[in-house]
Design a protein around this ligand. Structure first.
Ligand SMILES: [Zn+2]
Length: 146
């Protein structure tokens, strides 16, 4: 049996983020997830998905699961650990959604989120097929993407 590794990641969150979120182990078989420390109302902006802006063309050559495409021209490489949004796990019935505003990836609540609830997002089909489907989706949704 593999020993549980304690990951001290909080130092990389801003003070503002530490008030709002906590990172901890998610559902069995999943890595760290991002959890709300306070209630978040539907429609509220939560946080930005940050990282290095690279050309979408170059992004195709990079092997990371933390690529977020803005448009045909630009993609954000969010693999940096200061990108708190990268800890949001996939769900087939998510409570957040990404919206591109002025070239930035803004994550908003699409449901009321209770204190202590995990933040989830539905990554696109390509992501699902590559990273989720092979081991089977472990999200809490009643029905999964196919
Ligand atoms: Zn699922």
């Amino acid at each position: 049996m593999r020993a549980e590794v304690i990951v001290y990641t909080h130092a990389l969150m801003t003070d503002e983020e530490k008030k709002k979120f906590t990172r901890k182990r998610s559902r069995p078989g999943m890595g760290l997830g991002l959890f709300a420390k306070e209630e978040i109302k539907k429609g509220t902006f939560i946080l930005e998905y940050i990282g290095k802006k690279i050309s979408t063309k170059d992004a195709e050559a990079i092997k990371t699961r933390y690529l977020f495409e803005i448009d045909n021209e630009w993609t954000v490489d969010g693999s940096t650990r200061t990108n708190t949004a990268r800890y949001i796990n996939h769900s087939c019935d998510p409570n957040t959604e990404a919206d591109i505003r002025d070239g930035s990836i803004m994550i908003d609540a699409v449901k009321d989120i209770a204190k202590g609830e995990e933040l989830t997002i539905d990554y696109d089909q390509e992501y699902y097929d590559e990273f989720i489907k092979p081991q089977g989706c472990r999200c809490s949704a009643a029905a999964h993407r196919t």
